[in-house]
Design a binder for this molecule. Sequence first.
Ligand SMILES: [Zn+2]
Ligand SMILES: [Zn+2]
Length: 177
Amino acid sequence: MIDLHKLPLEGLRLNGTTERLELEGDVSLRDLSWSVFVLRSDADIFLEVKGQAIWQGACSRCLTPLDRPLHVESQFLGSKDPELVGRGCHTLGSQDLDVVFLPEDLLDETELVREQFELQAPMHPLCLEACQGLCPQCGKNWNKGACHCQPEAEQLPSALNKALTKALAGIKLDPQS
Ligand SMILES: [Zn+2]
Ligand SMILES: [Zn+2]
């Protein structure tokens, strides 16, 4: 924990390593090394998080497990000032910094590191740009070859249309309704 009331004038730098960090949705990070720098700037707090890790997740199309190197370098401003937080941006020196709401006087550096790594994690990672994905019917990985399923796109609307036509005809034919 970092006590923001007891920051040295020149700021505080913490370095650490984390073997493994579980993120949401079967995703994890391993071999993290990170550094956090915290510096008071008037009423606000300048924050810097840097680090690297191996991201472990899966291809978003074919679900093949993937490893990706992940680099994090982000600088932002923590503030209690609702107006500044609402504006979302603040210029400090020559830098435009995002502003985040920081109501507490204690800062959990591990939580800060987790958040920043999570923000940098790939959203829709692909094993290959041209990944073919999985067959929605039989689940076969199309990168390994085609399957023998009929394309679903043709069948579904016509089956739905038939059912709808039938249902609508039923309503018209029933004098009670
Ligand atoms: Zn894939
Ligand atoms: Zn199939």
